[in-house]
Design a protein around this ligand. Structure first.
Ligand SMILES: [Zn+2]
Length: 243
């Protein structure tokens, strides 16, 4: 194992075998906003062997305030977020394979590009995108690690087909208010929690991963957890896999 990962290899929860699993894994990240970029950064540094990025947007000046992967040059050169992110992540770690996809997200695209993916990370709060990701994860029976700012608070949760309600059901309880503001520090925290869940799952499939909805609002000193199982809603996507 290379010097790059030696601290993870010495870390008793990962070790040499765990690092090998991380290096041999494929993770997809949907959305390269403030949250998705934090996850991508951590996973690239941790050595996730293949990362597939999905985002149809171009880098804008406004992104530079909160997005850790992009630069002024990306705006000036009119780069797509997936192109700029791939370049930025490969500067951090050139030993991993990164692929970007800017097409409109659909089940077909996900099946084509990420058929062998172990886990799906969602950092996008668009209901249509969430619905596609939700359906894909239940179809493939893989976890979905969600994070985003909803109702002005950071929310993070990991969905497990057959164990938890799906993301559509969980998010039904929230109002979707676009506040046109960005609490980028909370986004960093949420993205880090997502990256932690991904690494834990890649190293040990039966790892103890929180089955709660984590709500964070550091500005008001709020850090709450609510059991996902307490939600009674079950839609057509998750009802058939209910454990
Ligand atoms: Zn559902």
């Amino acid at each position: 194992m290379t010097e790059r990962y030696s601290r993870q290899v010495f870390y008793r929860h990962i070790g040499e075998e765990g690092q090998r699993k991380i290096c041999n894994s494929h993770v997809a990240i949907i959305g390269l906003g403030a949250v998705g970029s934090v996850v991508a950064n951590h996973l690239a540094r941790a050595g996730v062997g293949r990362i597939t990025l999905f985002d149809p947007d171009y880098v804008r000046t406004i992104d530079l305030q909160h997005n850790l992967l992009f630069s002024k040059e990306d705006v000036q050169k009119g780069r797509l977020k997936v192109v700029a992110a791939k370049q930025s992540l490969n500067m951090i770690n050139s030993t991993i394979r990164i692929k970007g996809n800017e097409s409109k997200l659909s089940i077909e695209t996900l099946l084509h590009e990420t058929d062998d993916v172990s886990i799906l990370v969602v950092g996008n709060t668009n209901p249509e995108v969430i619905s596609v990701c939700n359906e894909f994860c239940f179809l493939k029976n893989i976890p979905l690690v969600f994070g985003g700012i909803i109702d002005g608070k950071g929310r993070q949760m990991s969905i497990f087909p057959g164990e938890t309600p799906c993301l559509n059901c969980v998010l039904q309880k929230y109002k979707w208010i676009d506040l046109k503001q960005n609490d980028f520090l909370t986004s960093d925290l949420i993205g880090s929690y997502q990256a932690m869940d991904v690494i834990k799952f890649l190293v040990e499939k039966n790892a103890v991963i929180r089955k709660q909805i984590l709500t964070m609002d550091p500005l008001n000193n709020i850090h709450e957890e609510m059991l996902i199982h307490e939600l009674q809603e079950r839609c057509a996507v998750c009802a058939s896999k209910q454990g």
